[in-house]
Ligand binder design. Structure first.
Ligand code: TYD
Length: 215
């Protein structure tokens, strides 16, 4: 069966990852690939409703974890798995690493529970877990990210957290990247937009996902 390419984009709020998803989509489309651009929490009508709750309604960390995984389940079933089965490229703005970073690291929620939820929600019929083939981790000093965010829009429940929260989120991303080094490409995000874009495209070329011609 044909299998697509699943790429997730991760990093603390303010790291600038979202700006680069479009450039990656354009590069794949130029090479004739069908691209699905999506995000978490979200990506389906149900998951977008759950996103709105997670980002704006007060709740305890278990509730938060259950809602992001419920959203993920729907997203996998309705969007991600069908797209991969068609052979498409799926570009997902955040995936499960964000749950380990924000709920696990930031909120200090039990990693064993998150691991159990991950096993249930991402189980593949033939065994194993659905994970991105590649995760682009936009790494930025939380102090720099906080400065960038302070100049941006009205903050949601996460963006309004103090910098200590983002220090923990950052450390949890680093731990996830360390534990699964082959899947992660670390992108130095404290650079110009153009330099970051080039680093992202290079990471894709190095892994043979994009052809070598400059785009
Ligand atoms: P984000 O991806 O930064 O979108 P936008 O650029 O529109 O703000 O926002 C999603 C927020 O949700 C972000 O602060 C991280 C948080 N989040 C979690 O806490 N857990 C998760 O599992 C996911 C996917 C996101």
């Amino acid at each position: 069966m044909q299998q697509g390419i699943f790429i997730s984009f991760e990093g603390i709020d303010g790291a600038g990852k979202s700006s680069h998803i479009q450039a990656v989509a354009d590069a794949f489309r130029l090479q004739g690939k069908a691209v699905v651009q999506t995000r978490e929490p979200g990506g389906t009508a149900l998951a977008e409703k759950l996103r709105d709750m997670v980002l704006h309604d007060a709740m305890d960390p278990l509730c938060e974890a259950l809602l992001v995984f419920a959203a993920r389940r729907d997203h996998l079933q309705q969007v991600i798995e069908p797209a991969l089965a068609r052979g498409d490229v799926v570009l997902c703005d955040r995936f499960t690493d964000a749950t380990f970073a924000y709920q696990g690291g930031g909120r200090g929620f039990d990693l064993r529970v998150l691991t159990q939820l991950e096993q249930w929600v991402q189980a593949l019929p033939g065994g194993g877990l659905r994970q991105p083939g590649l995760t682009l981790w936009f790494e930025l000093d939380p102090a720099v990210a906080a400065h960038r965010l302070a100049q941006a829009r009205v903050p949601d429940r996460f963006e309004s957290q103090p910098q200590t929260f983002f220090n923990k989120v950052h450390l949890a991303y680093a731990a996830r990247a360390h534990a699964d080094a082959k899947r992660f490409a670390r992108i130095e995000a404290d650079a110009s937009m153009d330099a970051v874009r080039q680093a992202v495209l290079n990471a894709l070329r190095e892994r043979g996902l994009l052809s070598a011609e400059p785009t």
